[in-house]
Design a protein around this ligand. Structure first.
Ligand code: NAD
Length: 478
C-alpha cells in the first residue's frame, strides 16, 4: 500500500496543505493499492509562487543551460524506465507491451527536445531589427491519465527548452506514476522552483492554474469539455493555451490493400493502449466490395488481441482505468446496438473470467453508419466501427465528416494513391501503412481535437513569444 502525502514544490517534497484523501484503485481487481492526499488551492498557489521566483532567473537562461537541464532530466528518467513502466501497469492497467513504448517515448522526449532546441534559432536579425523568442512565463501543465509519463515528460521538455518554469497538475488517477517520475527527475538537480508538481482535482488545482494571473500559459491534454472551459476561463487572464484533446480517427482501407497485413494494422490502430488512446483509429472505412472479406479477416485477426493481465507481455487489451470509464464504454456499446449497428466481435459486459476488474470486451461493429453515436463520439475504449464506402471520394468525405481532426491512417498498396488520400484528410497527422513515430514531427489536432502542437520545434514554440527590438545609433530618426 502506497501512501502519498506530499507535493513537489521549490525543489522539495512538502506535506500537503489540502486534506482530502483519495483511494488509488487497481484496475485489474478493484483493490485499494494506495492513498493520495490531494492538493488544494493553497498548495497550488505555493507552487505557482515558487515557479514565478524561479522564472526571474531561469527566464534569462542561455540555450546551453537549458540543454544541460534537458540532458540531466534524460539521464535521471532513463535510470527509472523499469519503475515507470511497472507503475503504469499497476496503477493504470496499461498493457506491458504498450506501456514500455509509452514510457520510453516519454523519457526520449528530453533528448528530442535537446535536438529541437539546437535546431531552433532563438534570435534572428535583419537591418536594424532583432527578433528574439522569449519564454512566455510560468506554465501550467495539466495532463490526462492514459499516458501519464509521456505527457508530463513531453510538456516539461518543451517548456524547459523554451526557458519556462512549470507547475504540473497530473490526473489524480496517475498519482503513483507521477511520484515515481518526480522522484527520478529530482535527481536531475534542477534549479529550485523550475519544476513543481501538485496532485489534485481538476476543479481545484486545475482551476486555480487556469485563473491565476501569475500563470502565463496552460498546456493541457484531456477532454474537449474541459479544454473548452480552460479556453473560456483562461481568457480572463489572457492565457496562452495549447489544447491536446480527443479524436475519432479514421482508418481508410483502400481497395488495393493486402488484408492479411492491413487488418491486423487497423486493429492495432483501434485497440492500442486498450483503446484508451486519443489517436485510436476507431472508424474503419472499407470499400463495400470488400466488406465480406474484411469481416472474415477481422474475426481471424482478433486472436492476436487477447484480454488479460496487463503485466503479461502476451496481453493486448487490459482493463479500463476506472469504473466510470467501464460504464461509459458499456453505454456506448448498448447505444451502438440500439441504433442498429451489428456486433461482429465482443459486445456488452465483462469478458468471461475477468469480472473482478474494469475489463470490457474488445468490440467491433459492422453495418455502422457515420451518423451513429458510436461513429461520432469518442468512446475511449476498445470499440471499432466498420463503415463502408463506394468510392475514394466518399471515403475522404466520411473521414472528414467528424468534429474531430487529430489523427488518421491510410492502408493500401499504391503509395502514391495513399498519399493523395492522406493529403485530403483534415487531421494533424496521417500515417500510411505504419504506426512509426517521429519525435520531431508535430502532434495535435484540427477542429475539436485541439489548439496548437506538441513535439519538436513546434512544441517549444508553443512556450515562446516573439519579441522585436528595432534600434539604430543615429538618434534623430523619429
Ligand atoms: P479530462 O478532461 O477529464 O481530464 C484531463 C485533466 O484535466 C485531468 O488532470 C483533470 O483533473 C483536469 N481537469 C478536470 N477539470 C478541470 C478544470 N475545470 N480545470 C482544469 N483542469 C481540469 O480528461 P481525461 O479523462 O483525463 O482524459 C481523456 C481525454 O483526454 C480523452 O478525450 C482523450 O482523447 C484526451 N487525450 C488527448 C490526447 C492528445 O494528445 N490529443 C492524449 C491523451 C488523451
Amino acid at each position: 500500500m502506497k501512501t502519498l502525502t506530499t507535493h513537489y514544490i521549490d525543489g522539495a517534497f512538502v506535506e500537503s496543505h489540502g486534506r482530502e484523501v483519495m483511494d488509488i484503485i487497481k484496475p485489474t481487481n478493484r483493490e485499494v493499492i494506495g492513498r493520495v492526499t490531494l492538493a488544494d488551492e493553497e498548495d497550488t498557489r505555493r507552487a505557482i509562487a515558487a515557479a514565478k521566483r524561479a522564472f526571474s532567473h531561469y527566464g534569462r537562461s542561455t540555450k546551453e543551460e537549458r540543454l544541460k537541464h534537458l540532458r540531466r532530466m534524460h539521464e535521471a528518467a532513463s535510470a527509472h524506465i523499469g519503475d515507470l513502466t511497472a507503475a503504469m501497469i499497476d496503477e493504470y492497467g496499461g498493457v506491458a507491451r504498450f506501456a514500455g513504448i509509452i514510457v520510453e517515448s516519454g523519457v526520449n522526449a528530453f533528448k528530442a527536445a535537446e535536438k529541437a532546441l539546437q535546431d531552433l534559432p532563438l534570435t534572428r536579425g535583419w537591418g536594424d531589427t532583432t527578433v528574439t523568442l522569449e519564454p512566455v512565463g510560468v506554465a501550467g501543465l495539466i495532463t490526462a491519465w492514459n499516458a501519464n509519463t509521456l505527457f508530463i515528460c513531453l510538456k516539461v521538455a518543451s517548456a524547459v527548452a523554451a526557458g519556462c518554469t512549470v507547475v504540473i497538475k497530473p490526473s489524480e488517477l496517475s498519482s503513483i506514476q507521477t511520484q515515481v517520475l518526480i522522484e527520478a527527475l529530482h535527481k536531475a538537480d534542477l534549479p529550485k522552483g523550475l519544476l513543481n508538481v501538485v496532485a489534485g482535482r481538476g476543479n481545484v488545482v486545475g482551476a486555480e492554474l487556469v485563473r491565476n494571473p501569475d500563470v502565463a500559459k496552460i498546456s493541457f491534454t484531456g477532454s474537449v469539455g474541459v479544454g473548452k472551459s480552460i479556453m473560456r476561463d483562461g481568457a480572463e487572464t489572457m492565457k496562452r493555451v495549447t489544447l491536446e484533446l480527443g479524436g475519432k480517427s479514421p482508418t481508410v482501407l483502400l481497395d488495393d490493400a493486402d488484408l492479411d497485413q492491413a487488418i491486423p494494422s487497423a486493429l492495432i490502430m483501434a485497440f492500442m493502449n486498450s483503446g484508451q488512446a486519443c489517436a485510436a483509429g476507431t472508424r474503419l472505412l472499407v470499400p463495400k466490395s470488400r466488406l465480406d472479406q474484411v469481416k472474415s479477416a477481422i474475426v481471424k485477426a482478433m486472436a492476436a488481441f487477447p484480454v488479460g493481465d496487463p503485466a503479461d507481455l502476451k496481453t493486448a487489451i487490459g482493463p479500463m482505468v476506472s469504473q466510470k470509464q467501464y460504464d461509459q464504454i458499456q453505454s456506448y456499446i448498448r447505444k451502438g446496438i440500439e441504433e442498429g449497428a451489428e456486433v461482429l466481435v465482443g459486445g456488452e459486459g465483462h469478458p468471461t473470467g475477468f469480472e473482478k476488474g474494469y475489463y470490457v470486451k474488445p468490440t467491433v461493429f459492422v453495418n455502422a453508419k457515420n451518423n451513429m453515436t458510436i461513429a461520432r463520439e469518442e468512446i475511449f475504449g476498445p470499440v471499432l466501427s466498420v463503415i463502408v464506402y463506394d468510392s475514394e471520394d466518399e471515403a475522404i468525405r466520411i473521414a472528414n465528416d467528424s468534429n474531430y481532426g487529430l489523427h488518421g491512417a491510410v492502408l493500401g498498396s499504391d503509395l502514391q494513391r495513399a498519399r493523395r488520400v492522406a493529403s485530403q484528410i483534415q487531421v494533424g497527422r496521417v500515417v500510411i501503412n505504419t504506426m512509426a513515430d517521429d519525435d520531431q514531427a508535430p502532434w495535435g489536432g484540427f477542429k475539436f481535437s485541439g489548439v496548437g502542437r506538441e513535439y519538436g520545434t513546434y512544441g517549444i514554440q508553443a512556450f515562446l513569444e516573439p519579441k522585436a527590438i528595432l534600434a539604430t545609433s543615429a538618434q534623430g530618426k523619429f
